[in-house]
Ligand binder design. Structure first.
Ligand code: ACM
Length: 639
C-alpha cells in the first residue's frame, strides 16, 4: 500500500432554508488495491447531528468530533477511483477552512485502520476569501524594544549599543538573577548574542544593581547614562523584570539598529497594572511535550506574565499522573480507533497518548517558580470527564439512560455524579496528590459547561435532590462544588474555577477566584456576588478564535472573530464599577487546543495575541499604543 493510501477532500455547501448547510466529501483510493466493505472515519469540530441526511453514504455513529460512515452496501472502490458522498444536518455552519475534517482514516473489511490525508475545507459555490495580513506595519514613536511597554518611559538613545551589560560589584543572589535572565534569553533566542557579562568586556557598559525598600513587589526602575545603567529593585522578581527589560532593549537594538536604540540617558519606572497576568494551556485536547510547555513558560517570563494555568484534564484525555490511579494516564490519556476513547480533533489511524509524570510536573513547577511564575493546575470536574469515566464508569449512575444528556461538545453523560460517594473519594485522592505537587494557593476545578439536564435521569441523583431539597442540575452542581471546596480547604487550598461555578447557589465566595469567560458582563456579576475575578472573555482573550472573517484564515469562531487589535485594545476593566474594581485581579489568555494540530498553527494563532494580552495585563491604559505594538510584535519569540 502507498504511504498515503487514501485522501479525503471536503467542502461545505449552503442549503436553502437550512443555515447550517452540509459537507460534500470525495475519498480517493491511492492504495493500489480495490477495497469493499470498508468504513471511513473523520474528526470534525463542525458536527453532524442526529438529523444527518446522507447522499451515497450510510451514517454509522458519532461521538463528539468522531464520525463514522460507510458507502452503500456492495460498493467497491477501485484503485485510482474515488467515492463522492454528502452529509447534511450539521450543528452549525462552517465559517473557515478549518471547520471541516481535521483528520480521517479508513477501516478495511479485516478491521485494520489505514491513514487518510485530509485537506482544508473548501467553500462550494462562493468566494473563498483569502487571509489578509493581521498586523499593520505599525509605527514607532520611541525607538525602544519593550514588551510589555513599561509604566513610564523617558529615554534618549543613539544607535551605538554596548556589546554587553557588565555587572558591577554584586551579591551572589544578584549574580544568580543576572545569569537566570541570561539563560532565559539564550533559550528564547538561540542564535543571538548574550545581553550580560559578569566580567569586564571591551565596549561593555556597566550595570549596577541596588535594592531599594521603597520598590515593592514587581516594581523596578532603570537609569541610563552613556557609560552606566543603574537598576533599582525591591524584590527578586522586580530584579528579574528589570533585567528582562534591559535584555529586551539590547535585543531590539541588535535586531534592527535602524528602528531601535539602546538608551544613553533617561529612565524607566515600571510596575504591573494587574497582579494576575495569566496564560492558560489546554493539554488535554492536544498533548504538548514537557519541553514545549517549558518553552511557553519561558515566553511568559519574557512578557512578564506570572500565572501559568495548566488545563490538565478534559473529556478527551487526563494528562496528570496520579499514582493511586495509573489507568488515568494509560486508558484515560490514549485515544485510538480501538481504544475506549475514540479518535478526536485531528487523530488518525494510529493511537495517540501522552501524560506528565509527577517528576515532569515537579520540574515544570520549579522551572516556572524560578521565573516568578505560579502554576495553577486545573482538573476539570464534574463535567468534561469522559476520560475519567472511561476508567471509572462507576462514577456515573448505572441506572441512568446512556445518552440522557450531551455536553456542548457532544459528549454523552460526561459528568461525575454528585450523588455517588465514590466521586468524592476519587476527588480526594486526586487532591491529595495535587496538593503535594503544586505549591499554588489555588486548585482550579473547572466547573464549566455542565450540560443543563445532567443527572436528572439518575435515580441516585433524584434521591439526593429529594433528601437535601436540591433543585435541578445546577443545584446538584453547587452541592458538589461546596463539598469540593471543603476538601480543598482541608488541604490548605482555595478554589479557582470557571464562571459557572457560581450557578445554582455557587460556593462560599471567601478566597474563591472565578474566571469570567462566557462574556465580559459575567465578571461584574461575579464580583458583585463577592468572588475574586480574572477576566478571560472568549471575545478578546481566547487565542483559539479566528483572527479575521476570511474563509481562508484558520481558527474557531464560536465566540466571534478576535483580531490581534481586539485582543490588544480590549479593556477588561471596561464597565467594572469603581466599588467592584478591587475584586478584578487581572486578565488571562486562554489557549484551547482543539484546532492546534501543529507548532506552525500554534504560532500563527497564539502570536502576537499572547503578547497583546501580556501588555493588557501589565501596561497602564494610558501607555497602550496599537501602532507601536504592531511594529514590535513580529520580533517576539515563538514556540
Ligand atoms: C470554557 O471555555 N469552557 C471555560
Amino acid at each position: 500500500m502507498a504511504n498515503i493510501p487514501f485522501v479525503l477532500e471536503n467542502s461545505w455547501h449552503a442549503i436553502d432554508g437550512d443555515l447550517t448547510g452540509g459537507f460534500s466529501f470525495v475519498l480517493h483510493n491511492m492504495s493500489g488495491e480495490e477495497i469493499s466493505d470498508f468504513r471511513v472515519v473523520f474528526t470534525s469540530l463542525t458536527r453532524v447531528t442526529a438529523k444527518a441526511v446522507c447522499e451515497n453514504a450510510v451514517f454509522l455513529r458519532r461521538n463528539a468530533n468522531f464520525h463514522e460512515l460507510s458507502p452503500p452496501a456492495g460498493f467497491k472502490l477501485a484503485p485510482g477511483a474515488s467515492w463522492s458522498f454528502k452529509v447534511d444536518g450539521l450543528h452549525r455552519p462552517a465559517r473557515h477552512r478549518t471547520d471541516g475534517a481535521k483528520s480521517a482514516y479508513v477501516t478495511l473489511a479485516d478491521g485494520t485502520h489505514k491513514p487518510c490525508a485530509v485537506g482544508d475545507l473548501m467553500l462550494e459555490g462562493a468566494h473563498s476569501e483569502p487571509a489578509t495580513p493581521l498586523l499593520p506595519e505599525g509605527k514607532i514613536e520611541a525607538p525602544y524594544f519593550l514588551q510589555p511597554w513599561p509604566k513610564t518611559v523617558s529615554l534618549d538613545g543613539t544607535a551605538a549599543y554596548p556589546v554587553a551589560l557588565v555587572l558591577a560589584s554584586a551579591s551572589a543572589e544578584e549574580k544568580e538573577a543576572v545569569q537566570k535572565v541570561q539563560s532565559l534569553y539564550q533559550r528564547l533566542f538561540e542564535a543571538a548574542h548574550v545581553p550580560f557579562a559578569l566580567s569586564p568586556v571591551h565596549e561593555g557598559r556597566e550595570l549596577s544593581l541596588s535594592q531599594t525598600a521603597s520598590l515593592a513587589g514587581s516594581a523596578y526602575s532603570l537609569d541610563f547614562s552613556a557609560d552606566k545603567v543603574s537598576l533599582s529593585y525591591g524584590t527578586q522578581v522586580g530584579l528579574q523584570y528589570g533585567l528582562t527589560t534591559l535584555a529586551q532593549l539590547l535585543h531590539g537594538a541588535r535586531l534592527d539598529a535602524g528602528s531601535f536604540s539602546f538608551p544613553t540617558s533617561g529612565s524607566i519606572e515600571d510596575a504591573p497594572r494587574y497582579d494576575w497576568r495569566g496564560c492558560h494551556l489546554d493539554v488535554s485536547r492536544q498533548f504538548y511535550p514537557l519541553a514545549d510547555v517549558s518553552r511557553l513558560v519561558d515566553i511568559l517570563a519574557w512578557f512578564k506574565m506570572n500565572i501559568f494555568h495548566w488545563h490538565l484534564t478534559d473529556d478527551e484525555a487526563w494528562r496528570l499522573e496520579i499514582k493511586a490511579y495509573p489507568e488515568l494516564t494509560t486508558v484515560g490519556a490514549t485515544r485510538g480507533p480501538d481504544a475506549p476513547l475514540l479518535p478526536q480533533l485531528g487523530d488518525g489511524a494510529e493511537p495517540v497518548s501522552g501524560f506528565y509524570s509527577q517528576e515532569d510536573v515537579k520540574e515544570l513547577v520549579a522551572h516556572a517558580a524560578s521565573l516568578g511564575i505560579e502554576v495553577v493546575p486545573e482538573v476539570d470536574i464534574p463535567g468534561h470527564c469522559t476520560a475519567v469515566l472511561s476508567v471509572f464508569p462507576d462514577l456515573t449512575d448505572g441506572q441512568e439512560a446512556p445518552e440522557s444528556y450531551h455536553s456542548v461538545q457532544g459528549f454523552p453523560n460526561n459528568a461525575l455524579n454528585p450523588a455517588i460517594e465514590g466521586t468524592y473519594d476519587f476527588v480526594a485522592t486526586v487532591f491529595d496528590e495535587m496538593a503535594e505537587l503544586f505549591p499554588s494557593r489555588y486548585v482550579h476545578i473547572g466547573g464549566d459547561e455542565v450540560a443543563d439536564g445532567s443527572w436528572l435521569a439518575s435515580p441516585m441523583a433524584r434521591e439526593l435532590m429529594q433528601k437535601e431539597g436540591i433543585e435541578g442540575t445546577f443545584g446538584l452542581q453547587s452541592y458538589f462544588m461546596k463539598r469540593v471546596q471543603q476538601m480543598l480547604q482541608e488541604r490548605g487550598k482555595c478554589l479557582a474555577g470557571w464562571d459557572e461555578v457560581s450557578h445554582g447557589g455557587g460556593v462560599s465566595a471567601e478566597g474563591t477566584l472565578l474566571m469570567a469567560w462566557r462574556k465580559p458582563e459575567v465578571g461584574i456579576e461575579l464580583a458583585r456576588e463577592g468572588y475574586d475575578v480574572v477576566m478571560t472573555p472568549g471575545q478578546a482573550y481566547y487565542l483559539d478564535m479566528v483572527q479575521s472573517e476570511a474563509w481562508q484564515e484558520p481558527g474557531a469562531s464560536w465566540a466571534g472573530t478576535v483580531s490581534p487589535e481586539q485582543s490588544y485594545t480590549y479593556e477588561a476593566e471596561g464597565d467594572f464599577p469603581d466599588e467592584l474594581r478591587a475584586r478584578m485581579k487581572g486578565v488571562q489568555a486562554c489557549i484551547w487546543s482543539e484546532h492546534f494540530l501543529s507548532r506552525g498553527y500554534f504560532n500563527h494563532l497564539v502570536f502576537p495575541r499572547l503578547c497583546a494580552v501580556a501588555e493588557a495585563a501589565w501596561s497602564p491604559r494610558s501607555v497602550k499604543d496599537w501602532q507601536r505594538f504592531a511594529a514590535l510584535a513580529p520580533h517576539s519569540p515563538k514556540l
